[in-house]
Design a binder for this molecule. Structure first.
Ligand code: PA5
Length: 471
């Protein structure tokens, strides 16, 4: 197929051939296929943006640009606290043994990574599977009384442990949920007994939650100072709940460490991670202001949510930024598919294709063939899914929607760790290319200020008066 970016595409093709010859398999768990972008991005444009990518790379590595206090995630896959890592495994085992229901309390970056990884590697139906690990639910990520009441009902008559996660230690949503579940645990096990069921992940030294945990004697884990919420999945924030689900956190970290090594150079021709950042920046400048992350597996639904928060909170500021959206196909081909094919031409897609599904399921043969499906009899569902993907890629490309395809080896801990690091690093480079600080989130404060004022929190009287005048 003819590609807009031939020079860079050829390098990808070359690497791809190497993979299929089995040479680079241990080093590469992911590669980027730019063959479905069409003519919208040319080699010349990639040549033009290459020095800017190099500058972004240099700024990141020398910690000389905005947000440089929050770059701890770059080396986290190698330079993590090994003692704490061992304690995470130990606590995960304790939790597995002492409860039927494990409630993870947190919001934004304090819960999305864990939920994404658990659903991706285990299942969105994890709680309904036969297993020897506890059911896992998430709380503190909304203020819905219905949701919390339903969760409390689920806990009735069952052993419960909780992990409250908040870097600041002051976020309202998890603070409310923590109070509610702490009350439940103290009623169930007594104040002393509850201590065995409460695990706190927060700042190393400061904050309301840290003080509270120390006063009560709860087991605590650390959100590293230099790792922001949405970049924290590979710290205790994500790792404790992930380990409770029975996932191999060593392999997850290994995958991320391999990506860290693979994407350590600024050369666009060989660094797919940086190439992804460059392509999305070029597309954005050409009016493709929405990026849709596309998965073909239901288990990627929460991974998409994690990705949306990562990119939305990192790039959407100073009146700039791609709007991150997501779909799961073929499900959403029957809802948003029409819009993507025929609606406003302001979007591009980033498609994640998992090469090896890790399981098989054949379409059964039916001698009556009343439904006319026998042409599929005996064929694997993954083959059907991949053909649907191939057909959709061409259809959307023909409809004026460029597609970046990210091919992932399999659904393993290692491949997922690799992909997590790929997206985190690409996000940082993307933010610098866009000219924003990818590591702050000033916009999140506005709703909080108004909510506190409207609820009558002390210290917000002035804001309350201003809002009341507008009502
Ligand atoms: O990515 C971020 O920094 C945010 O989404 C935070 O994770 C979120 O606001 C929760 O903050 P905290 O962990 O301080 O409760």
């Amino acid at each position: 197929m003819e590609m807009g970016c031939k020079k860079y595409g050829n390098v990808v093709q070359y690497m791809c051939e190497k993979i299929f010859k089995g040479r680079f398999t241990s080093a590469m768990s992911l590669f980027l296929n730019s063959g479905y972008i069409g003519e919208l991005v040319t080699d010349k444009e990639l040549d033009y943006i290459a020095p800017y990518v190099k500058t972004a790379h240099d700024c990141l590595r020398s910690k000389s640009a905005q947000g440089s206090d929050f770059l701890g995630w770059i080396d986290l896959p190698e330079c993590y606290d090994k003692t704490e890592f061992a304690a995470i495994k130990q606590s995960a085992e304790k939790i597995q043994n002492n409860c039927d229901v494990f409630i993870v309390i947190g919001i934004g970056g304090s819960y999305l990574g864990a939920r994404a990884v658990i659903e991706y590697l285990k299942s969105p139906l994890y709680n309904n599977l036969k297993k020897d690990t506890p059911d896992i639910y998430f709380a503190g990520c909304n203020i819905s009384s219905s949701y919390l009441n339903e969760l409390l009902a689920i806990c009735e008559g069952r052993d419960v442990s909780i992990n409250v996660i908040s870097k600041s230690g002051t976020t309202t949503e998890p603070a409310i949920a923590f109070r509610i579940f702490r009350e439940l645990l103290e009623k169930k096990y007594g104040t002393e007994g509850a201590k065995d069921h409460i695990f706190v992940t927060t700042d190393r030294a400061k904050g309301t939650l840290k003080n509270f945990a120390d006063t009560m004697g709860y087991q605590t884990f650390v959100v590293p100072d230099d790792v922001g919420g949405r970049f924290s999945v590979l710290s205790a924030v994500g790792l404790l709940p992930i380990a409770v689900a029975g996932i191999d956190i060593d392999a997850l970290m290994d995958g991320a460490a391999a990506a860290r090594l693979a994407y350590n150079n600024p050369d666009l021709a060989t660094n797919d991670c940086y190439k992804y950042a460059a392509l999305r920046n070029i597309l954005y400048r050409k009016g493709k202001t929405t990026e849709i992350l596309v998965g073909y597996e239901t288990y990627a639904t929460m991974f998409n949510e994690w990705w949306k928060q990562l990119y939305g909170e990192s790039e959407g500021k100073d009146n700039k930024g791609l709007f991150p959206a997501s779909v799961i196909f073929t499900t959403d081909l029957h809802s948003l598919g029409q819009y993507i094919q025929d609606g406003m031409r302001t979007m591009f897609e980033t498609v994640i294709s998992v090469k090896d599904p890790g399981c098989t399921l054949a379409v059964p043969y039916d001698s009556a063939n009343i439904d006319g499906l026998n042409y599929l009899a005996g064929r694997d569902l993954d083959e059907v899914n991949k053909k649907a993907m191939q057909g959709t890629l061409f259809a959307h490309m023909d409809g004026g929607v460029p597609n970046i395809v990210i091919e992932v080896e399999d659904r393993s801990e290692r491949s997922l760790g690799y992909m997590i690091y790929f997206f985190e690093l690409a996000c940082a480079i993307s933010g610098y290319l866009l000219g924003v600080n990818p590591f702050d989130q000033p916009g999140v404060e506005s709703y909080k200020k108004n909510m506190f004022a409207l609820l009558g929190k002390p210290g917000y009287e002035e804001q309350k008066k201003l809002l009341e005048e507008r009502m």
